[in-house]
Design a protein around this ligand. Structure first.
Ligand SMILES: NC(=O)c1ccc[n+]([C@@H]2O[C@H](COP(=O)([O-])OP(=O)(O)OC[C@H]3O[C@@H](n4cnc5c(N)ncnc54)[C@H](OP(=O)(O)O)[C@@H]3O)[C@@H](O)[C@H]2O)c1
Length: 337
């Protein structure tokens, strides 16, 4: 089969090659890949910035994939040939609390990923792809959508009468705006660009704050919430901005710590955290059971993923370059025509 192989760090070392088509072992599915979508993680892996010591080389990269089961190993009972499935990032995290070593079994690094004509997924880690979505659409769900869903609904237990703040207009925040708005919650979005605030309002956000024009965006949030702050905040920026997130969240409120776009370290002012009794929870995408619940919700509410551009299988490097430029919506690579 044809597969893109990351032979060394750097986009120039991502190369299309011929490799043996994998054969499913007991409990595994052989899936003809329909489409994959890119996340910040995929780019960080190629750039050698994401846990470089745990990246095998060569690696078939990309964690988000959707396709059709074409063969099954012995003992498979959850799926049959012809079913459409999604990959899940944390391939062994089925439900409940995570195990201590979930990152060792991430699909797309260190395990081989989906940027190939065929991929192997264990039947326990596969999720049925929504019937209402094409493979191109479904390929956007495993990381960005599930992270948004898990943060809002499993951790945040967001209610329709509550307010949530979303940082930036990246893949996670766009899905979060769509999901929270469908639930009926009030959504405040931040962005560095007014045009992106206008776009995310069309998807359901009620108010927008330009965090370049308002570097004191936490105060802008308090102005919009009668000085109280939001019930739930999805923090994709990380770094010392976490102190502003604490300030923008109500007393007893919740912060889902998702990303690290502005820094891998944070110097946290402890006293405001204590006074406000804030809960900060690290988020690692989500488990399979949550993915399945999310798909029911997406279907019920007719939520369609926002896709910026679809590339062909041969254009994988252009797709990575597009991700680096900052799309509005997901960047997808259509593997099977
Ligand atoms: N923990 C997890 O499970 C998990 C899962 C998915 C993603 N992540 C992480 O979450 C982050 C976002 O992921 P993504 O896929 O949504 O990325 P993305 O699509 O690349 O989003 C990037 C957007 O984030 C916004 N941004 C950048 N710096 C910001 C800042 N200082 N304050 C507020 N917004 C800022 C920008 O929005 P504007 O252009 O509108 O300003 C930018 O367009 C990444 O760090 C990613 O690695 C973590």
């Amino acid at each position: 089969m044809k597969a893109w192989l990351l032979k060394d760090f750097g986009l120039e070392n991502l190369q299309l090659d011929d490799v043996p088509t994998p054969v499913p072992s007991a409990g595994e599915l052989l899936v003809k890949v329909g489409a994959v979508s890119l996340n910040y993680r995929d780019k960080a892996i190629v750039d050698g910035l994401y846990e470089p010591a745990m990246i095998p080389k060569p690696l078939i990269p990309v964690s988000d994939a959707a396709g059709t089961v074409v063969a099954t190993g012995t003992g498979v009972s959850r799926f049959k040939v012809g079913d459409r499935v999604n990959s899940t990032l944390y391939s062994r995290w089925i439900d409940g609390a995570p195990g201590p070593n979930e990152p060792d079994y991430c699909f797309g690094a260190p395990l081989p990923g989906g940027l190939a004509e065929y991929m192997i997924i264990h039947e326990e880690s596969a999720v049925r792809a929504p019937d209402s979505m094409s493979d191109v659409e479904a390929s956007t769900l495993p990381i960005a959508a599930l992270t948004a869903w898990f943060s809002l609904m499993e951790f945040g237990k967001l209610q329709p009468d509550q307010t949530v703040l979303l940082q930036g207009t990246g893949g996670v925040s766009i899905f979060a705006a769509q999901i929270a708005a469908a639930l009926g919650a009030r959504v405040i979005a931040t962005s560095s660009r007014d045009e992106n605030l206008a776009k995310i309002k069309l998807l359901g956000a009620h108010e927008g704050i330009n965090y370049r024009q308002r570097p004191d965006w936490d105060k802008a949030v308090l102005e919009l919430t009668d000085g109280k702050g939001v019930d739930l905040l999805l923090d994709v920026a990380g770094g010392n901005g976490l102190n502003q997130s604490v300030a923008a969240t109500k007393a007893g409120g919740l912060i889902a710590q998702i990303g690290f776009l502005s820094g891998l370290q944070a110097t946290l002012d402890v006293i405001p955290l204590l006074f406000r009794q804030t809960t900060i929870r690290g988020i690692a995408v989500g488990h399979r059971a949550s993915f399945e619940r999310m798909n029911v919700f997406l279907n019920q509410h007719g939520i369609t993923p926002v896709i910026d551009q679809v590339y062909s299988f041969g254009e994988a490097c252009q797709a990575y370059a597009h991700l680096a430029r900052g799309p509005f919506g997901k960047v997808v690579i259509k593997v099977a025509e």
